[in-house]
Design a protein around this ligand. Structure first.
Ligand code: NA7
Length: 554
C-alpha cells in the first residue's frame, strides 16, 4: 500500500496531521512497527525517539567492548529477504558500531526516518475516553494524539545508577555503560574502577584493561561466562550463511529462545561422566550461548545444572592464575543460566594482568563514594580517577513506567503495576485500551534472541489493528480475567525452570531497591508463546474486549 508522507507527523505547512498511531522508540521494534503500520496498512504513524538517531539500545550502549551475544546472522530482521541478502556482517558477533550501521541501513532502505521525530522524549501519555484517543506529551511541551499507542522502548533502556552516598563528591569522572559518551572515554594513564560484573561488565573489563593504568573491578555477584570466540567471518562462512537463510529462519522460529541453534534432545545424565565432559569441552570450544544447548535439562534440573556449573567454575580456576582471585570469581551462588549468561572475550584471562584487581564487595560492601574513590565498609579505600557503572538497568518495567502512562478513569500504569507488572500476553493491560507494549513483561523478550520476539509482536499487533479496521472495531482492551490467567501462566512457566532461584537477578527486578519481585519474562519458550498468540488471534482475539464503532457512538 502507498505510504503517506508525514515528516514525523507534521505536514509540510507545519500543522499536525491526524495520526492513527504513535510509536515510542526507534530501535528494532519501533522501526519495524512503523514499516508495518505505514507501508503495509497505510496508516498515519509516527515514531517519537529521544535520541538523534535510530538504534535504541545500540544508540546508547557505546561502552568499550559493547557487542551483541546473539550471532550476527541471527541478530537482524528476518521478514525481508532483500534486507538479509543485501546486508553483510563482518564478525561472528556484531559489535555496537556495526549494529548501528545495520539499523541505519534498514531505516534508509525502508525510508523510515521521515516519519521518526528524533530528539523527542515522551514524558506522558493519557487516554481520553470520550475521544478514544491517546494524547502524548513530549519533553518539549508538545502534544500529539492518535488512536493507537505502541511502546517500543526496549526492555533494557532505563539505566540503573545505584544510589551510593557521596557520588556527587567524586572528583574524578564517572559514566554508566548504558549512557556512554559518543566521543568515547580515554582511560590511558587512569586508575579506573568498575562496578558490576553482568554481561556488560564482563565485556568492558578486557577492553578497559588494555589502556587503563590500573583497573579495579568491584564484584558483588560472581558470574559464569563462556568464551564468545568472536572472529571475523571468513568469505566461505559468509557464503554458507547466505545459502542457509531459509534454514536459519526455520530454526530460529522453532526454538524456545529464537537462536539459530537447536537444543540437544538429551539429558545431562543420559551420558556417562567422560562423555559429558567431552560434550562440555566441545561446547566450550564452540563458544557462545550455545553452551547451554548441549543438554535439554540444564535449566530444569538442579543436579543437571550443577554439572554445567561445576565445569564452568573449574574453567575459571584453570584460567585465573592467582588462586585467591580465581576463588572469588568462581564463588558463584546461583545455578548456571538462571541469570542472563554472559559470553566474553578474554574476561577471566584479564585478571592475570598485574594492573587488574578484583574486589569482592559481597563480603565487604561499597559504603560510599568519596572525593578520591570508593570506600568499603571495612574502611578500605580505593583511589580512582574514573568510575564505570556497569550496573545494569531498571529492566522491563522501568522504560515503560517512566513514560507516565495514564489509562481509563485516570489510573496510571504505575498504580496498576504497584505489586509488579500484570498484563495479557505481555501485550496489553486492562484499563489501557489500544495501548500495545512490544516485548512487554510477561512475554519471552529477553530470554530470546531479541529480533525474533520483536518481529512476532510487531506482526501480531499489525494483524490485530488490521482486524480491528476490517471489523469496525474502535477499541481493544485485555479483560481482567484474561490477565489473571496469563499472569498465573507466566508464574507457572517460570517456576517450571530453575530461573527464579537466582534471587538477585534483574529478571526478578531484584537489582533495583524497592522494586517488586516478580519473574518478568515469559519462560515458556518462544515457539510455544507464538502458538498461544496465534491461537488467541484465530479465536477472534480471545481474552480481549473489542468495542465496535456503533457501541462507542452510544
Ligand atoms: P546486569 O546484568 O544487571 O549486571 C549489573 C551488575 O552490576 C551486576 O553484577 C550487579 O550485581 C552489579 N551491581 C548493580 N548494583 C550494584 C551495587 N550497588 N553495588 C555493586 N554492584 C552492583 O546488567 P548488564 O548491563 O551487565 O546486563 C544487562 C543486559 O544487557 C544483559 O543481560 C544483556 O541482555 C544486555 P548483582 O548481580 O546485582 O549482585
Amino acid at each position: 500500500m502507498a505510504s503517506v508522507a508525514m515528516n514525523g507527523g507534521i505536514s509540510a505547512d507545519g500543522a499536525q496531521r491526524k495520526l492513527d498511531a504513535i510509536i515510542i522508540g526507534a530501535g528494532f521494534s519501533g522501526m519495524y512497527q512503523l514499516h508495518c503500520l505505514r507501508d503495509r496498512l497505510g496508516l498515519n504513524a509516527v515514531v517519537l525517539e529521544a535520541a538523534d538517531g535510530v538504534g535504541g539500545t545500540w544508540y546508547w550502549n557505546r561502552y568499550p567492548g559493547a557487542r551483541c551475544d546473539s550471532e550476527s546472522h541471527s541478530y537482524c530482521f528476518q521478514f525481508s529477504d532483500e534486507l538479509l541478502t543485501e546486508w553483510e556482517w563482518s564478525e561472528r558477533y556484531p559489535g555496537q558500531a556495526e549494529i548501528l550501521r545495520y539499523m541505519n541501513f534498514v531505516a534508509d532502505k525502508l525510508d523510515l526516518k521521515r516519519d521518526i521525530r528524533f530528539k523527542t522524549r515522551v514524558v506522558g501519555a493519557r487516554y481520553d475516553e470520550a475521544a478514544n484517543r491517546w494524547t502524548v506529551t513530549t519533553e518539549g511541551g508538545e502534544t500529539l494524539t492518535a488512536k493507537y499507542l505502541i511502546t517500543a522502548v526496549g526492555c533494557l533502556s532505563s539505566a540503573n545508577v545505584p544510589k551510593i552516598p557521596g557520588l556527587e563528591t567524586f572528583e574524578g569522572d564517572w559514566y554508566h555503560t548504558g549512557l556512554w559518551p559518543h566521543e568515547g572515554v580515554d582511560f590511558s594513564g587512569k586508575r579506573v574502577g568498575q562496578i558490576g560484573t553482568g554481561s556488560t561488565g564482563i565485556q568492558a573489563v578486557p577492553v578497559i584493561a588494555q589502556t587503563a593504568k590500573t583497573l579495579t573491578v568491584f564484584q558483588r555477584t560472581a558470574n559464569y561466562s563462556v568464551p564468545a570466540h568472536n572472529a571475523p567471518l571468513s568469505p566461505e562462512r559468509k557464503r554458507e550463511l547466505k545459502e542457509r537463510l531459509a534454514e536459519t529462519r526455520r530454526t530460529m522460529r522453532s526454538t524456545p529462545n529464537g537462536h539459530p541453534f537447536v537444543i540437544e534432545n538429551r539429558s545431562v545424565f543420559d551420558v556417562d561422566d567422560d562423555e559429558r565432559l567431552r560434550i562440555f569441552e566441545k561446547q566450550w570450544e564452540m563458544g557462545g550461548l550455545q553452551f547451554r544447548a548441549a543438554f535439554k535439562d540444564i535449566l530444569l534440573d538442579k543436579k543437571a545444572n550443577d554439572e554445567a556449573a561445576n565445569f564452568l567454575k573449574n574453567k575459571i580456576r584453570q584460567i585465573v592464575k592467582d588462586p585467591e582471585t580465581a576463588e572469588k570469581l568462581a564463588n558463584i551462588d546461583h545455578p548456571y543460566s538462571t541469570k542472563r549468561p554472559p559470553i566474553d572475550s578474554f574476561y577471566f584471562d584479564t585478571y592475570n594482568k598485574p594492573h587488574v584487581k578484583l574486589v569482592d564487595v559481597r563480603s565487604d560492601p561499597i559504603e560510599a563514594i568519596t572525593p578520591k574513590g570508593i570506600r568499603l565498609k571495612s574502611g578500605e579505600e580505593h583511589e580512582l580517577d574514573i568510575i564505570v557503572f556497569a550496573t545494569g538497568f531498571d529492566a522491563m518495567t522501568g522504560s515503560l513506567l517512566r513514560l507516565n502512562i495514564t489509562g481509563r478513569g485516570g489510573r496510571t500504569l504505575s498504580e496498576s503495576w504497584k505489586a509488579g507488572p500484570t498484563n495479557y500476553l505481555g501485550l496489553q493491560v486492562s484499563g489501557f485500551p489500544n495501548l500495545f507494549t512490544i516485548t512487554g513483561p510477561g512475554s519471552p523478550s529477553v530470554l530470546c534472541n531479541m529480533p525474533v520476539p520483536i518481529e512476532q509482536h510487531v506482526e501480531w499487533i499489525t494483524d490485530c489493528i488490521d482486524y480491528m479496521r476490517r471489523h469496525d472495531v474502535e477499541a481493544i482492551e485485555a479483560t481482567p480475567e484474561a490477565m489473571d490467567r496469563w499472569v498465573a501462566h507466566v508464574n507457572d512457566a517460570a517456576n517450571a525452570t530453575l530461573m527464579p532461584q537466582a534471587g538477585h537477578s534483574w529478571y526478578l527486578g531484584a537489582n533495583v531497591p524497592g522494586k517488586p519481585r516478580v519473574f518478568m519474562p515469559y519462560a515458556g519458550g518462544m515457539a510455544r508463546y507464538r502458538g498461544i498468540c496465534d491461537d488467541v488471534a484465530a479465536k477472534g482475539y480471545e481474552g480481549f474486549e473489542m468495542t465496535r464503532a456503533s457501541a462507542m457512538a452510544k
